[in-house]
Design a protein around this ligand. Sequence first.
Ligand code: MG
Length: 370
Amino acid sequence: MKITRISVYRKDLPLKDPYWLSGGRLKFEVLDATFIRLDTDAGITGWGEGTPWGHTYVPAHGPGIRAGLETMAQAILGLDPRKIELVERAMDLCLPGHLYAKSPVDMACWDIAGKAAGMPIADLLGGKRETGTPAASSVSSGEPDDMLGIIEAYRKRGYIAHSAKIGGSDTDKDIERIRHLEKHRKPGEIILYDVNRAWTRREAAIVMNGVADLGVTFEQPGETLDDIAAIRKVTTAPISVDESLVTLQDAARIARDGIAEVFGIKINRVGGLIKARRMRDIAIAHGIQMFIMATGGSVLADTEAAHLAQSVPQEFIRACWSCQDMLAIDIAPGSGPRCENGFITIGDEPGLGVIPDENLLGEPVAVYEA
Ligand code: MG
């Protein structure tokens, strides 16, 4: 089987409500999404998506994906999409780095490989756990009572996992936010406090030690792995790393040096499932739990992450994410697993199990053929 055509689509995905990270420092209203369709000489088609969370969150942006695809297209055309490590090597050879631009190609290859094998991607990744994965809400930073209000709205829809965004120079406010949400946390509920790199080492020490009695988990409490390793030495709370978990070397270092107890694996951030599954295996081998999610995007990106999440044993998975719930538009109506009663559960359809409505994507902005 050979890849014969790459069609690239660009689509704005507006958020239902404006969204703030890091104590209000970063605001987001629309996501620049890239969708790709891979056609093959076997008549099997695969779909991929790359949707960074804006361009101020991590080093990734929509135009960069499309430029990367243009650079890599001729190296990808003609390859067998089922031999995903060969596609990975071809992309890494012709464009080192730029992981987020490769992720949509990787997704489309897994979609095709699954369709060719008659199996969902989660089974190709080793085998689908039968239970679904809790989806974590994403709670915009703000006043403590407003944040609790967002959690309560998600609770009514069955959500048991929440990622509450904190961080900023007002350490008293962060302590107030955490104590308020923990006071109202329900039994069995998971609340992750996500700092999104917004603290200095001093601020991290003040807040994390200020709520040490609560035993809550913090995500990305500093800018770099060096910062987080230093914060780890002066605090006791469990730590999750996502934005600084980019390469397999990062994963190995975090595991070996005991920098974090949780991996936050963002598929687009790390360069696709082929690379993310190696991080999964490092995590399992070192007793590290995982949040697995898209960096952002539609039902396609959510479903890709849900496949990997459902290939993880129950005791190692914390939650995935339903970013699509935050979007004002749906590009694949009636297709793919949706968040139901707070969980995403992968079906038995082969491949990704989601097909976007091409009428909603519009005309491709680029088509590459051998
Ligand atoms: Mg995070």
